[in-house]
Each structure stands twice: as C-alpha cells, then as structure tokens.
Design a binder for this molecule. Sequence first.
Ligand code: ADP
Ligand code: ADP
Ligand code: MG
Length: 491
Amino acid sequence: MGEVRKLLVPNRGEIAIRIARCCREMGIESVLAFSESDDVRFVRRFFDDAVSLGSGDARDTYLNVARVIDAARTAGADALHPGYGFLSERAELSAACEDAGITFIGPRPQSISAMGSKAESRRLMQRLGVPVVPGYDGEEQSFEILSAEAMRIGFPLLVKASAGGGGKGMKIVRAAGELQAAIDSAQREALKAFGDARLLLERYIEEPRHVEFQVFGDGRGEVLHLFERDCSIQRRHQKVVEESPAPRYSDELRQRMAKAAIAAAQGVDYRNAGTVEFIVTPEGEFYFLEMNTRLQVEHPVTEQVLGIDLVRAQIQLAERGAMPWTQDQLQQRGHAIEVRVYAEDPDDRFLPQTGTIAFYSEPSGPGVRVDGGVMQGSEIGVKFDPMLAKLVCFAPSREHCIDRLDRALRDYVILGTKTNVSWLRRVVTHPAFREGLVSTKFLDEHSMHAPMPEIVPLIAGVLATSKRESERAVGEARLPSVWDELGAWGR
Ligand code: ADP
Ligand code: ADP
Ligand code: MG
C-alpha cells in the first residue's frame, strides 16, 4: 500500500490505453510492457514510458511472469495493473508482485487460486449456500466416474474444463453415446490451452441468460456490488454484446443475485474489482458459473450507468485500502450497451482477419464512448486477439440507447480489413433484441445475415473521403488491397 507513482501495464490494445488514460488523470507515471511482435505505435502514445518484453507471441512475452517482473524492475515501477486476459488471472503474478514489493492492482494470490478452478469454486459456493448448476465437480476423473455422474445428471449436459476461460474446452453432450468423444476432446483441448486436463460436468441449461455482477472488495471482508451486466448475446460461448441493467428482470431477482454475488466474493475475502457470473434459466432460477478475478472487458457499461471510473477506484483501493464508495452511493441511472468490434469476417465463419487499417473513423457525439486500440495504419496480425475496439453507448432508456448504438455503428468506418461492424448493427437493431428477448441462443435462433440496404448510400459518401485519406495515410502501395476489401464491405 501507499501512493502509486509509477505503474506498469503488461498488456496491449484498448485495455492498455484505458489504464494509461486513468494514470494521466491521477498524475501517475505509466509504463507499457510490450511484445516487439505487436504493433504498439498507437498504444505507446498514451504512455510515459515503455519497456520491451522481447519478441514473440503472448506465451513468450505478455504471459511470461519473470519477464514482466523484470520489466517492472527495469522501469522502476511501484505498481502493476494486469488489465484482463494474459496474466490477470494468474495467482503467480500477484504473488511475484508481493515478493518484489510491487503493488498488484487486483486480488491476493489466494483469492485468484480459489476462483481459478471452476470445480474448486463450485465446491466453495455450495459451502457458502450459493446455488450452482446441478453437476459434478469432484477430483476423481476416471471415465467410469465421469460417465456414472453424467447419467445421474442427465442430458443434455455440458463438459467443461475446470481451468477454462474464454469459452474454450466446453462440449455439449446430448446423449450418452456422445460422452466418450466429448470427454476425450475436452481433455485434449484443456490440456493444450490451460495445461490442466481436469473436467467438470454441468446440466446444460437451454436458452439461459448470462447475468454477472460487478463486485468490489476491500480485502477485509467488506464487499459492495455494482449491479449487473447482461452478457447473453454470445457466439461460441464468447460475449459480443453486453448491457446494464439486465432487460426484463425484476428488482427482486436482481437483489437476490446481488446478495449471492456478495456472499461469493466474501467467501474468498475478495480484494479489488471482480465479477461473479451467473446463468439464469428462463424461469428465473439462477446459478453461479464462475468468478473472474480481474477487470472485465465489459466493465465500461457498469461505469456508464453508475457514473464511476472502475480503474481509478481499483488504484485508489490499492493505495488506501479503503472503499471508494458506500453501497448507497451506487445507483443505476439510464442504460448502457457495449459491442465488441473485431477484425473478423461475419460472412466466413467469423474468421479473424489481418491487414493494415487503411482508414479509421470512430463515432462520437452524445452518449457515445469508444475504447479503442487501433488507428489508421495499425497492423492487425495473427499473433494476438483481433478485438479492435469496444463501442459503448448510453442513454436515459434502453430504447434510446439502441437507437444511439444504431447511429454510432452507422458512423463507424474501418477500412482495410473486414470487421463485424455491419453485423453488430443487425444484431442490436433486431426486433427480438429491441424487445429484450435475449438469451445465449439468440445468435443461433436469429439469422443476422440479411443484407442491410440502408448502408449503401453511406458507403458512397465515405468512399470519396476515405480514398484520399488512405492515400495520405499508408501510401499508394497499400491501396489495391483496400479497394479489394471494399467490394465485400459494401455488400
Ligand atoms: P470472460 O468472457 O471469460 O468472462 P471477458 O469477457 O472479460 O471474460 O474476456 C476476457 C478474455 O478476452 C480474455 O481471457 C482473452 O481471451 C480475450 N481478450 C480479448 N481481448 C484481449 C486483449 N486485448 N488482450 C488479452 N486478452 C484479450
Ligand atoms: P468461461 O470461463 O469460458 O467464461 P463460463 O463457465 O463462464 O466459462 O461459461 C461461458 C458461457 O458458456 C456462459 O456464459 C454460457 O453461455 C455458457 N454456459 C456455461 N455453463 C453453462 C450451462 N451449464 N448451461 C448452458 N450454458 C452454459
Ligand atoms: Mg465466464
């Protein structure tokens, strides 16, 4: 504890910029720790200093604890904010910071470990009286035991990697005959992605909603909740659209979930910001899924409806040990929705796209916030996550917020690589989304591939300026590929 003077951010893209901006506002010197294989020209501008983690993909750089700690020492940093992804959920990093006398902006290693295993955290929740999905979370992993447990739970059933994250290592099993193959492939995937093959089994809930609570703990037993985010619009178990408040839910249900979230966090003496995730059945029954012991990608929707700055609060808590607010000071106002903008091709299995951003113009205006990580000229490679930016809109009502998001997505122009911008617009303007009829099955049930003719006149307008702009920005050599891309973009 004590005042933070120099803070290291071993991360990239929009989240690195998000944290650097906060440092500037707080008068804290910021240092970026980066991979030399990453295009950090834009991100670097927001930092006071930068240290290299060497070259290579995430494993060699952003995920290498020893290199990250060395970088902090080299830079003379007295604090470290891990962002999300990468090392943010590694107890090892929190512990290494403690050992090196560096303030870790996040929870203690014990809380991270306790929540790092989905099986272990499920067992803890049951002891605390927090409901979990009916399932099996034992240590015994033989096929005999797993299949006996599967028969007890019934089908459909979900096989999950206990160490999993980002929707990886998850298999739906609809009948007993599919079990062996699902277990084998989940184990292989889990071992490869997380270095841990252990599995758990859960009843597969049909058409649920994903509702999570932001929590904030002082590490001494006090935990506040910062209300919920509905992240039901998902593709392959990955969030695409997130909003707050959760549509169509009663205050009574949300209050009960808030209480369960607080109990979950208190169970591990939680310190700093975290998220307790629940799955909610169509009947309104809710179950604990997991706790993410870090800042979440979708934290801005909470910031917008509560009028707070979560990163600032995280740093303040780490400095002073005192909560930045009381529960009563936290009130939801209006509505916020976030969409994740990716370099990917919605018309071809959402394959990640690479290339140079030839023209970039992000939306602004009332109620619009863009947390972006790229600019004109940025190179999008294959080594890292293809998320380019997050667009967050806020307005007094959900209806107004959707209109605003529709407008902002129309204004968003990214050329040079395919993106999901037009596709996102179809999602948020879909009548079922407007009605708040969301579930994790939404994108399976509603096709988003209908053409949107209104976008054509806009493209005509953009072409004139973008050609000039892109010529200036990246030179003639890059232009042919840009104009090739436009054919598909204008569809
Ligand atoms: P979850 O979906 O597990 O609840 P989030 O929605 O907060 O968690 O997403 C975090 C995940 O997003 C990370 O684990 C990582 O796979 C991915 N991710 C997206 N963008 C980035 C990035 N810029 N850096 C690192 N990880 C990223
Ligand atoms: P991750 O660590 O990958 O985020 P989660 O356990 O949080 O894993 O689950 C991710 C998503 O998978 C959930 O948001 C939900 O859409 C789906 N899911 C998880 N568990 C179940 C379940 N028991 N039944 C139906 N869907 C589930
Ligand atoms: Mg999750």
